[in-house]
Design a protein around this ligand. Structure first.
Ligand code: ADE
Length: 231
């Protein structure tokens, strides 16, 4: 999958995706991420890309043209009709289902929002998906872009090794994960639940399912409702 990120902080994007599992996926050629610096497409010698908003008000706005030029440069080797995701708290909330949908694309462009906003005409012209990572406000779209890239990339076949894919069920059946334990059997006077040491596979599965249900009910009543209605 090819992902192009339009940003003011390309180093932040590239440093992060070169780390750990995503870094391994880049090296294996399963993923090709490039961050394009919008500032490189400023048309003045100070590399300024923002200006005052018409109608007044606090703050500056990212101008349409530099973002558009960065988009054109970034997407020229991508498929036509590639989806362009704009990171914004005004968007649809990102979830596992959306990650799975984006993971089926061959190419993606992500436009990182800017704390002061971007000229609406540019958004109308190129953006296909307005996406938020949750109901809180961040200073920019780089962290949301990285979160989305991480969630999308791990769904690309081959990116996770078998041992790492063990938790793919989370959210697929609308239940949270059950608790897990490793050696030693006793730590700080806390003992691993007997059933896990019993070797009785059926009882283990039953216990894990019960724990998942309890946790979901306690921490995520909204998800629990979905579990009940969709199971
Ligand atoms: N930019 C600022 N806050 C954001 C959020 N919650 N999601 C996506 N982009 C953002």
């Amino acid at each position: 999958m090819r992902i192009r990120v339009l940003t003011l902080f390309p180093e932040l994007i590239m440093e992060t995706v070169q780390t750990s599992i995503l870094g391994r996926a880049l090296e294996a050629g399963l993923l090709d991420v490039r961050a394009v610096n919008i500032r490189d497409y400023a048309f003045n010698k100070h590399h300024k890309v923002d200006d005052y908003p018409y109608g007044g008000g606090a703050g500056m706005l990212m101008q349409a043209e530099p973002v558009y030029l960065a988009y054109e440069a970034a997407s020229k080797d991508l498929n036509k009709n590639t989806r362009v995701i704009y990171t914004t708290p005004q968007g649809k909330t990102f979830d596992q289902k959306m990650a799975a949908e984006f993971a089926r694309e061959e190419d993606l462009v992500i436009l990182c929002g800017h704390y002061e906003g971007i000229d609406e005409r540019l958004l109308e012209e190129i953006v296909t998906d307005h996406v938020s990572i949750g109901d809180y406000v961040l200073t920019g779209g780089e962290l949301p872009a990285l979160i989305m890239i991480d969630a999308i990339a791990r769904l690309i076949p081959g990116v996770l090794h078998n041992a790492e894919s063990a938790d793919t069920e989370t959210f697929e059946n609308n239940l949270l994960e059950y608790p897990q334990y490793s050696r030693p059997e006793v730590w700080h006077d806390k003992k691993v639940p007997d059933v896990l040491l019993s070797g009785h596979h059926e009882n283990v599965e039953k216990w894990r399912h019960e724990q998942s249900v309890r946790r979901t009910l306690a921490a995520r009543p909204d998800l629990f409702e979905r579990y009940l209605s969709e199971k």
